[in-house]
Ligand binder design. Structure first.
Ligand SMILES: [Mg+2]
Length: 223
């Protein structure tokens, strides 16, 4: 890259590099079948809240509704092991990450969540070797949108924070957080309409491969 500068690309994990929603639906369909729910999975997705609901609350509610015998702690422990194994990353996304690195970008994952669970997801999805650095809030003790986790991610990626880009699906944690430290932003819409009136991402993309391409093209235009 020009002037020896290493450009920085940070990416969220859940519902950004990996389609967590689809993985959850796969899990829920199997769970529903196992428990004779006749395909009634909408309440499971509602309880899940795109993964935001604490797992203890999620499993306490599921246990209550279905009258499950296992203690909530055991249900949570099994989930922490089983759910991450379902994680897969589309080849088109792995290809775009590879293209970014081939062009001299330093690529990092910045994800909020439990250290072990997020690490298991990254491993199952084949993302550990596909990026230069990983920052998991549960391991760092600081969460997006806190500016400190973006600074830490840049430091670990061996690149300055600015100019750099962040791709994510969460308006507050990913987009507002990244804007706060001066990163360019691409919001992964996944079919949704941008929900915030006060600010907007620099770009929107429908899928992660398109989001990465968008960053690479934006960089080419501005340099
Ligand atoms: Mg996300």
């Amino acid at each position: 890259m020009d002037n020896g500068r290493v450009p920085l690309l940070l990416c969220d994990l859940d519902d950004t590099l990996v389609d967590r929603g689809r993985i959850f639906d796969t899990w829920a369909a199997e769970f529903a079948q196992m428990h004779g729910l006749n395909g009634d999975m909408a309440w499971l997705a509602a309880l899940d809240g795109r993964g935001i609901t604490p797992r203890e609350d999620f499993w306490a509610a599921v246990k209550g509704r279905l009258g499950l015998a296992q203690p909530v702690d055991d249900l949570v422990a099994a989930w922490r092991v089983d759910f991450p194994t379902l994680y897969r990353c589309e080849q088109s996304v792995l290809d775009q990450l590879s293209e970014a690195r081939a062009r001299g970008w330093s690529v990092g994952v910045v994800t909020n969540g439990d250290a072990e669970v997020q690490a298991s997801k990254l491993a199952a999805a084949g993302l550990v070797a596909a990026v230069d650095s990983i920052c998991i809030s549960g391991a760092e003790g600081v969460r997006k949108p806190d500016p400190r986790i973006f600074a830490l991610a840049a430091e670990r990626a061996g690149a300055p924070l600015r100019p750099g880009w962040m791709i994510g699906d969460n308006p507050e944690a990913d987009i507002a957080g990244a804007r706060g430290v001066g990163l360019g932003t691409v919001w992964l819409s996944r079919g949704r309409t941008w929900p915030v009136a006060d600010f907007e991402p620099d770009h929107q993309a429908a899928d992660p491969a398109a989001a990465i391409r968008c960053v690479l093209e934006a960089e080419m235009i501005t340099t």
